[in-house]
Design a protein around this ligand. Structure first.
Ligand code: Q46
Ligand code: ZN
Length: 307
């Protein structure tokens, strides 16, 4: 039996898996994320959410291929890639891959050292750029990511604490396509982290359990922990927070549209051609900074990370 306190109910294995698929379909329909005659590229990391998402979309009858970016985060990346490849090979699925170091000459630890910024900053920037490019090059209608309710509630919590209105304006489960960028969808927003882990176990999906070693000290983890405490004494709080925001608040931030939205993007990157607010896009600037940099040892806050 799996209990879902938010729904105040217990489920047997089959009904639980049906619940997960139904909730995904409900999110897709409610936010008009995807049609069955469209092709979607699922950004897979090797973790539970993205592999479960790929599995669920296929079961629901969507045309879904996978895309994996090798980030070069030591043994963690090696193990993540192995899980993704095994998942795809076992099921005969199409998986596209880009390795940052092989293709672009840098990895996330080196980018973090060169830019002197948190690793997630250059990692997120690179992933967004590569997801967009892979989707457009492959003629996909949308990119799907495995962000779940816990992720979205934690990001919303952080953005609200600091009233980051530009980010609040764009914190939607679907972002429509615009020139040079594919549609972005998050079909798991109605499901929690615990539910996704249970789904993978029941469905026999083998995923990388360890967290990214470079996430240590990430504010996002602190927000998640704080929300978990609130949820423990008030089941349903995360769902009420996030969906209440979507229903009653997000539109109020529409005027805070970020500078990088359509209005500001008047130029195309002189190097790669993506719409950008400056002459060279952020990814090509990162390429320039990391060019020729020696690979750095993988360290987190000064400690070498075992790989
Ligand atoms: S992989 Fe990359 Fe995440 Fe690791 S460095 Fe940060 S952003 S935590 S989803
Ligand atoms: Zn560029």
């Amino acid at each position: 039996m799996i209990d879902v306190r938010r729904h105040n109910a217990n489920f047997c294995s089959d009904h639980f898996m049906k619940l997960v698929r139904d909730q995904t379909q409900k999110a897709i329909d409610a936010f008009e994320m995807l049609h069955r005659d469209e092709r979607v590229l699922v950004a897979v990391s090797g973790g539970k959410d993205s592999l479960a998402l790929w599995d669920i979309l296929l079961t629901l009858g969507y045309q879904a291929d996978g895309f994996y970016v090798g980030l070069g985060i030591g043994g963690y990346s090696d193990r993540s890639g192995a899980h993704v490849r095994a998942f795809a090979a076992d099921r005969g699925l199409t998986l596209h891959e880009v390795d940052l170091r092989d293709t672009h000459g840098f990895d996330v630890p080196t980018a973090a050292a060169v830019t002197k910024r948190a690793p997630c900053s250059s990692c997120g920037l690179s992933k967004r750029h590569l997801f967009d490019k892979a989707a457009l090059d492959g003629g996909y209608d949308a990119v799907a990511t495995g962000h779940n309710l816990d992720d979205e509630a934690a990001v919303l919590f952080g953005n609200t604490l600091r009233w980051q209105t530009e980010y609040l304006a764009r914190q939607l489960p679907v972002l429509p396509a615009r020139a040079g960028f594919p549609r972005k969808i998050k079909p798991l927003v109605r499901l929690g982290e615990r539910e996704m882990a249970a789904f993978c176990v029941l469905r026999g999906i083998d995923y990388v359990v360890e967290e990214c070693p470079m996430a240590a000290g990430n504010k996002h983890l602190g927000y998640k922990a704080a929300l978990n405490e609130i949820e423990a004494s008030s089941p349903g709080a995360k769902q009420a927070f996030y969906f209440g925001f979507l229903a009653r608040a997000v539109e109020r931030f529409a005027d805070a549209a970020p500078a990088h939205a359509e209005a500001g993007e008047t130029a195309l990157c002189a190097r790669c051609g993506v719409p950008t607010t400056s002459e060279i896009c952020a990814f090509c600037r990162l390429l320039e900074k990391t060019s020729g940099a020696e690979p750095v040892n993988l360290t987190v806050k000064g400690r070498r990370v075992p790989t």
